[in-house]
Design a protein around this ligand. Sequence first.
Ligand code: ADP
Length: 496
Amino acid sequence: MFDRPLKILVVSSEAVPFAKVGGLADVAGSLPKALAIGIEEQGNDVRLVLPLYKHIEGTEYLTDFPVPLAGELRTCILRKGRLDAHHKGKTESVPVYFTGNYNYFFREGIYAFPDDAQRFAFFCYAVLEMLPRLGWQPDVIHCNDWQTGPIPLLLKTQYKSNPFYKRTATVFTIHNLQYQGNFPPETLELFNLDKDYFVPELLEFYGTFSFMKAGILYADVINTVSQTYAKEIQTPAMGEKLDGVLRMRSKDVHGIINGINYHEFNPATDPRIHRNYDLNSIEEKMENKFALQKEMGLPFKDVPVLGIVSRLVAQKGFDLIDEIADELMHLDIQLAVLGTGDHYYEQVFEKLRQTYPKKVGVVIGFNAILAQRIYAGADIFLMPSRFEPCGLGQLIAMRYGTIPIVRATGGLADTVTEFSPTTVSGNGFVFTEYNSRELYAAIARALKLFRDNPEMWQRLVKKAMSIDFSWARSAVEYIQLYRDAIRKNEAALRTA
Ligand code: ADP
């Protein structure tokens, strides 16, 4: 029974290339393609649905229909586009649906509006109202992050007796537990639920209605983007106050590491970098280093270049770098930073650049081209995160032969291990305690190898470039997770 092809609907509030705020967009844009091409022999039917944001163009009108929200009917304008996936000379298209409403989505920006509860409640209802109209009955609805948390809730409450959804299971993926979608108690009314649901055992979360908690409580299966993060979020220290709920569902909480898009992130073909290279022409990486130095106003020098491409927020551990910055600047190194985020961290790096203009290059902003030039031109990539659900930066860096220095947390712990020149095992440099001395020691170990043993460094670079972090692997694990969710839903039907 489980060998039959699956119908999978991925629901997300962002996906590359249509809308991107963070790593969720990379996952939601890549996973459906990997599911469609990687396992084509299985013939799975994968589709994606997103809100129709104002800036999204080139879509085709399909239909419109009413969506019930807090006792009123709102119009959903349904449009369609597609995601093309290229594989072995063939192109597979993933259908993409866009649920539009002028009131909720026809504005600049994606999140952080006062009516976000209404906007994403509308999105969740629109998805469930859309499917019967399309006559397309998914086996699994794969929900992502708080914006989609109410979908599993609605399927287990309001839509429970709807025969169309009887055999539809849900998977809820947590990409970052810190962003929870917690709203005032009246939010309950948007979902037509009576007050009995507003208790701590159910939807109440410290006096608020939590979209994230709804997803965790009602999905058939929950997962997050690395095995270590799946364990960490079940502890009080890292559970963002939801650890109790997650522990309660512990046997249904899984971890699947994200992949990266191997077509987009390929040093042999990437048009954004100065000189393409592969395993057999790693010496060309040096040309990328010189080009990066020029672009960032740094002197041409064959010194180790440490790169950072990141949101500049507390999560990413930059206060550790701040603490040891002066000490680092006494070493013969250069630092190339690209990022945007909190003014505080932007200033930390700006000041560092002003104090050490010959050693530090900083660009504040979001720049997908410069990002690739740093991944290609740097020798070392810094990611000392306080917490990191999966992390894509370290994966992209390794693909470009840039060696990561990371703190052992979440997905960083699952993808980077300490390099040992004796056994030639490991692929980077790792520290454990969140403390700047440990970070400094890890940087010192990396620099020592870089200087004292260039041959061994080259072996390390080749090793890092050879590891498979493509989506194909993770897509197979997702299929297993979907089948698990279907089994759970079927079992619940039998006992109901
Ligand atoms: P998060 O999702 O927490 O921001 P990830 O490491 O999972 O962190 O993903 C970040 C992604 O965004 C990576 O692909 C990284 O290269 C990219 N990125 C982050 N900041 C910038 C920036 N300022 N300019 C271009 N790309 C960026």
